[in-house]
Design a protein around this ligand. Structure first.
Ligand code: G16
Length: 609
């Protein structure tokens, strides 16, 4: 049953992992050997000592083709020498839950048929079968992320090694006689080769490890329960038909007593119910309507006779690592969200008081994320790291005090990205549920006295701006544009940066704002010294405003240009402008600088967040 079949194959072009894993159309992934080649290349890139007798997690976000893909990975992992394979029930595990499982789960000691299967190890890594926030379904996208033994996304040295393997692959190795596993029921399946080797496949409740971690190690569920019990408080969490549903139900309903109406679209669907499960103002249409928020993040008019919106709203993406936070009629930018969570962390979240900690010891954000977090870090007197886009860059900072790195201990640690990702070092992934519970913790902290009127999300954010100033912020996405045009546009911008720095260009005064700095972001990891160049082009103006251009590393068709805009107004300035007004001159400057219309033919972005 465990005999290994070798199947000849040949390299398939274009299997280079992007910002987070390999993402392609579902049809491409379902093509001959496409998935198999990438899985084999990943296994080949891992140390043999890890694979041999090791434990591996395999699960995904429930999207179309995932159940079949889980079975493929199980058979290939067994052929690579893995002796334990952990799968969430129905093949489901959210991306942060995979991280929690890798870090915390203990192996079962008895199989469902009574066979002793003691002696298993903790997991050394995991395959996450997801294209994350990309659409799912037969006409959507599929993807594979690989996470390492720290529970975090594979760093570039591993993804480079995987890519090198894809270019030279000749053989697939499969335990072809291993039966398909019934993923519908939690059970421990043991398969023996009769010669001393046993492969164990454990199917377990998808939510148990992650929920236990959040309940027992991070938040004060008692305080959250008291908030949800207030008759004047209501909430809506839109799981967008992705994998978050079972986790939201387990935490909000079963643990915290929220009514079923608090969880929208909580049953995972292979097509995400036909919606694009990306929690932003464009795609989370149902939630923003419920919350009375417009696509531009402003307050929508209250329809006559309609009930008031809930006090708190949130949405998740397909694999549940992203989050969008809303108040009634109010949008919280992801950049503000991570700053505000940090400001409240010590007071509102027990995790940040553990081991005598007085709040986070360090924070980090991706380069295009606004500087709101930097201002909180400065007040707390802690370091704020600026890393390239990609959660993998936070991992080394969180792990810096481990024997492998031997550096400073930056934990507890908060990090966030403008791309709707927020999290901490309780796992090594961004964690949508964590962000929701962090905001509920802030609300619980501010509303502990049920006899006084509720302090709203909007009030909390406005108080924050009054104290720290406001980083007006938005991102324009031009999705699926012609790749050659986008590449030429970026090359021209790099040329402009060079000219500016050589002093060859007169100081540019764009719409009343003078350009004072231009560069291409290059990151040197302070822990291991690795260098990541070409991570986005920055134009910084006299008043501190910024325009950043990047090409997305997660798009599938053509190229996606991202244009990030930021302007800071201090606490004494006008903090109440609509974002579009506050950033109007910066947008005009960005369009003029980039000539995006000439290069891509697009007159409008496809998404504004
Ligand atoms: C992934 C990464 C994030 C990154 C985002 C956007 O998120 O994990 O760190 O910010 O992509 O990347 P890009 O701007 O290159 O498209 P996810 O949720 O899609 O896995």
């Amino acid at each position: 049953m465990l005999a290994v079949t070798e199947i000849p194959t040949s390299p398939i072009e274009g299997q280079k992992p992007g910002t987070s894993g390999l993402r392609k159309s579902t049809a491409t992934f379902m093509g001959p050997n496409y998935l198999q080649n990438f899985v084999q290349s990943t296994l080949n890139a891992l140390p043999a000592a890890q694979l041999s007798g090791g434990t591996l997690v395999v699960s995904g976000d429930g999207r179309y083709f995932m159940p079949e893909a889980v079975q493929v990975v199980i058979k290939m992992a067994a052929a690579a020498g893995v002796d334990r394979i952990w799968v969430g029930q129905h093949g489901l595990l959210s991306t942060p839950a995979v991280s929690a499982v890798i870090r915390n789960r203990k192996p079962a000691e008895v199989a469902t048929d009574g066979t002793a299967v003691a002696g298993g190890k903790a997991a050394f890594g995991g395959f996450i079968l997801t294209a994350s926030h990309n659409p799912g379904g037969p006409d959507g996208d599929f993807g594979v992320k690989y996470n390492c033994e720290n529970g975090g996304p594979a760093p570039e040295k591993i993804t480079d090694a995987i890519f090198a393997q894809t270019q030279a692959l000749t053989t697939l190795r499969v335990c072809a006689a291993l039966p398909d596993i019934d993923l519908g029921t939690p059970a421990v399946h043991a398969f023996s080769d009769g010669g001393g080797r046993t492969v164990v496949v454990e199917v377990f409740d998808a939510a148990e490890d992650h929920v236990a971690l959040l309940r027992d190690g991070v938040f004060d569920f008692g305080a959250l329960k008291a908030l949800l019990a207030r008759p004047d408080f209501s909430m809506a969490y839109d799981c967008m038909h992705g994998v978050q549903g079972p986790y939201a139900v387990a935490v909000l309903q079963a643990e915290l007593g929220a009514p079923a109406s608090a969880c929208l679209n909580a049953v995972p669907s292979p097509t995400f119910g036909g919606v694009h499960a990306d929690p932003n103002l464009t795609y989370a249409e149902e939630l923003i309507e419920v919350m009375h928020v417009t696509r531009l993040g402003t307050r929508a008019p209250h329809p006559a006779g309609a009930p008031p919106p809930p006090d708190f709203g949130a949405a998740a993406d397909g694999d549940a690592d992203r989050n969008m936070i809303l108040g009634a009629g109010f949008f919280v930018t992801p950049s503000d969200s991570v700053a505000i969570i940090t400001a409240y962390a010590e007071r509102a979240i027990p995790f940040f008081r553990q081991g005598g900690a007085a709040g986070p010891r360090a924070v980090a954000r991706s380069m295009p994320t606004s500087g709101a977090l930097d201002r909180v870090a400065a007040k707390l007197g802690i370091t704020c790291f600026e890393v390239p886009t990609g959660w993998k860059f936070f991992g080394n900072l969180m792990d810096s005090a481990t024997p492998a790195f031997g550096g400073a201990d930056y934990t507890p640690f908060v990090c966030g990205e403008e791309s709707f990702g927020t999290g901490a070092n309780h796992v090594r992934e961004k964690d949508g549920l964590w962000a929701v519970l962090a905001w509920l913790s802030i609300l619980a902290f501010r509303n502990a006295d049920a006899s006084v009127p509720l302090v709203s999300v909007e009030q909390i954010v406005r108080e924050h701006w009054a104290e720290y100033g406001r980083n007006y912020y938005c991102r324009y996405d031009y999705e699926g544009v012609d790749k050659a045009g986008a590449t030429a546009m970026m090359a021209r911008l790099v040329g402009m940066v060079d000219m500016f720095n050589l002093g060859g260009a007169a100081p540019l005064a764009l719409h009343g704002n003078t350009l004072v700095k231009a560069d291409e972001f290059c990151y040197t990891d302070p822990v291991d010294g690795s260098v990541s160049a070409h991570q986005g082009i920055r134009f910084i103006f006299g008043d501190g405003s910024r325009i950043v251009f990047r090409l997305s590393g997660t798009g599938v068709a053509g190229a996606t240009v991202r244009m990030y805009l930021e302007r800071y107004v201090d606490g004494a300035g006008d903090l109440g402008m609509p974002t579009a007004d506050a950033l109007a001159t910066l947008v005009a400057a960005a369009l003029e600088l980039s000539q995006i219309e000439q290069f891509t033919g697009r007159t409008e972005p496809s998404v504004i967040t």
